[in-house]
Design a protein around this ligand. Sequence first.
Ligand code: SF4
Length: 436
Amino acid sequence: MRKIKSLLYRTAARGEAFLKGVAFDCRACGQCVLSQTGLICPMSCPKGLRNGPCGGTLGDRCEVYPDRACVWMRIYERTAKDSTEVPPLNPSPDAALFFTSSYANWWKGIDEGGTTPLPYPDLPKNRVYQPIATRSRLEAALKSGRFVKTCEVRSPRSADFGRLHKEISYVKEQFDAVNATAYLNGKPSLPSGRTCIELLSAGVDPICQSTCRDHTKTSFVSELINNHANGVHNVLCLTGDSYAGNPRIKQVFDMDSSLMVFEARHLRDTGTIHFTGQTMPEPPKPFIGVAINPFTRPIHAPIRRLKQKIAAGADFAQTQLIFNLPAFEQFMIRFCDEGLDRELFVLAGIPVVISKPAMEMIPHIPGVDYPDEIRKRLEGAANLREEGIKLAREMVGAVSKMQGVRGVHLMLFGADHSVLPEVVRDIDAPGSAERT
Ligand code: SF4
């Protein structure tokens, strides 16, 4: 009898996968959310994101298949039009139900863990004005009202720390916090958390970058615990760019970046790991960052996605690279109109382009809006280093006048970090008085 039942379930699963595959591009996750997503399967997103677009979306195009519209742009269009309501937060699917029948799972009532939206945490209003809640120096700087400066160093791809220490020596005085990038394009490197320890020992407040491309929920929460043990109090929750071109790189996407924020915030506020229910005596209390692409269009799409991340518990956002100032300003106006400047600190992503080979990579970076006028200016520069610094300084000046921008995050296109302090020369040093 058991064998017959099992055969019936398997037959139902295969029949469902075939029919829904033809009709909806179904990926047989076994816990169907088509009724919430306007009959567009979110698992057909190449990253399998169940909660919204990633930062690689430019306009309404998919990062992985730029000839197609982003699956989430289509879902938003069908379910929400131009609404900026906070979208529901779908849990990550239960891997044990993959390749089973979603109808049978619904009938048995075992799909709820993968289909019922999670309740958002009950957070206070006007969060940027709330008292300091973590041991992050970045949080203290932002809440002081000072215009902050962050930049990034790259985790070494070996145990040779020579280059890293040189980079840190250039940025350790002038910046409020420094991101430790890692696993760029899915390539192995020292973990971000390990590079953060080097930053800490140089007196810098480090920001650990975590990507759901490379993490399961278990490894992500473990990284938070490890960071806490080492005195690293900032985490930036990222999707991670797709490296679908290399089939040897396994992309995880056990959760999306909104769910990472939710897990981190739940742990910080309750001392309990949400997905296991395990309580710990001294939980990590990270200051939680996210990324946002202001150049995803229509404009309500990045606003909705950001609202979701804010509702899940994000404290600050670093933006995609800004080359198109008018489009960024349009985004910030909408951001403030929605009252989000009272809930989230935004650090504007400023490119510092000083090397020709690095400049030539820009058009190939997912999600970057690179207007012709800026491209021609950089390509035609007699001295790219000088022009790149000049452009970056202009950008810093322009964004610092925009309402809702609380600081800048410099991203270097080149190998010489000694130029970064020059870009922010006129901005107050960390620890100085509040700007008037
Ligand atoms: S949500 Fe899951 S079951 Fe529903 S169509 Fe997509 S992959 Fe198939």
